[in-house]
Ligand binder design. Structure first.
Ligand code: FES
Ligand SMILES: [Fe+2]
Length: 400
């Protein structure tokens, strides 16, 4: 794989190891700009094909002022639409997920759409002037299913998910993700913090030895974070032939049965593939987990995900999966505290910026990507209120 170095990453940031200026974590206008320019123009992970197994099953996703529905059609194909009625803009389907039978019926006045988004019927249609129903279907959105994972995009014109993940393809392809099923209900953590604070901790493993005693016991010094030239990141740890101190870790490793479809090298590996802005695909020998971080407002963000696994009724595998979840929920709790403390620090007048080590290259790479899209975040002080988008556009125009 084509890895890049910490030096190259920090050089791209003109030697800046202090991170983004603190105002960028505390500015409501920037949060709006990030939502519109980063999240609404990049891929968002929505779930797995097994979350919507039957025709008429759907899943929704809201971000900023936008909302999407992904639905399985009569032919079994999965499509995404703006969840927005062409009549007066109501949600056409509601809730996080559900089943709508053979059509989507708007709960406001009953306009009815087929599962391919076409407008089928309008109640009291004679009261409308002559309209072309074929032009009033739900608006389609980009939707891509890759290894069973569903991604959507509200706008923007970047590469396909398959292209973005090209360098991860060989490894992710080992796990038969498209054959997996959900393990539990999906999970969602809400933070009263800027989304970048939540991601910063996730983008570096320098904190693992101190911040995550159990995870560190599992993978120890084998843990490493790598950033690829293409912009993906990969974190890797291996527990083969290691000695463990923590009972939970000992028990996980001793319980874990063989997963014969995986090569030996991956039967004892925990691997995290990250994609800008905030999607992570975690590969365990017993299961996978996918999650993402995104803003839901000023100083409001969400980390949400779900676990999937192949059918396997061996009791040892069931037990190993439970133990895995225990390890990962302590990692999550530990991160929650650390995230809060560092975000609070950034609001202090005494905070003068970070001092990042080579081991924090993942944060450096993430921030380089953000600077590329939103050059306004390079400024040491926030622009005058009301001007941020315009200042950012001017900086983008100057670049071309
Ligand atoms: S808003 Fe949907 S039918 Fe009126
Ligand atoms: Fe962590």
């Amino acid at each position: 794989m084509n890895f890049t170095t910490a030096q190259a990453i920090f050089e791209k940031a003109e030697g800046n190891r202090s991170g983004l200026p603190p105002w960028t974590y505390n500015n409501p206008e920037l949060t709006d700009l990030e939502t519109n320019e980063v999240f609404l123009k990049n891929w968002i992970w929505l779930g797995h094909i097994s979350d919507i197994p039957s025709s008429g099953d759907y899943k929704c996703f809201d971000i900023g002022h936008e909302r999407a529905v992904v639905i399985r059609g009569a032919s079994g194909a999965i499509k995404a639409f703006n969840n927005l009625c062409s009549h007066r803009g109501s949600r056409v389907v509601e809730g996080e997920k559900g089943h709508c039978g053979k059509s989507m019926i708007c709960p406001f006045h009953g306009w009815t759409y087929d599962l391919d988004g076409g407008l089928k019927t309008i109640p009291k249609s004679s009261t409308f002037p002559e309209i072309d129903q074929s032009q009033l279907g739900l608006k389609p959105m980009d939707c891509e299913v890759w290894h069973g994972l569903i991604f959507i995009r509200f706008g923007g014109e970047g590469e396909s998910i398959a292209n973005i993940f090209n360098e991860a393809e060989a490894e992710i392809g080992l796990y038969n993700i498209e054959k997996m099923q959900p393990m539990n209900e999906s999970w969602r953590l809400e933070y009263d913090l800027d989304w970048k604070s939540v991601l910063d901790i996730d983008n570096e493993g320098y904190h693992v030895p101190i911040g995550h005693p159990e995870l560190f016991d599992l993978v120890g010094a084998t843990y490493k974070d790598e950033v690829l030239e293409c912009g993906l990141s990969r974190s890797y740890g291996n527990f083969e032939n290691r000695k463990f101190k923590k009972p939970l870790i000992k028990s996980y490793v001793e319980t874990l049965p063989e997963s014969s479809y995986l090569p030996k090298s991956h039967q004892s590996a925990w691997i995290y593939w990250g994609m800008f802005p905030g999607i992570v695909i975690t590969l365990f020998p017993d299961s996978i987990e996918v999650y993402q971080v995104y803003p839901t407002g000023y100083h409001k963000s969400v980390m949400a995900g779900a676990g999937y696994a192949l059918e396997d009724d061996r009791p040892a595998m069931q037990k190993a999966r439970e133990l895995n979840r225990e390890i990962n929920s302590s990692v999550g709790e530990e991160d929650s505290n650390l995230v809060k403390w560092s975000a609070e620090g950034m609001r202090s007048s005494a905070f003068e910026g970070a001092m990042m080590s080579d081991l924090e290259l993942g944060i450096g790479a993430f921030q380089n990507q953000l600077r590329k899209l939103l050059p306004v975040v390079k400024q040491n002080q926030p622009p005058t209120p009301g001007t941020i988008s315009q200042v950012n556009q001017t900086l983008l125009d100057e670049r071309t």
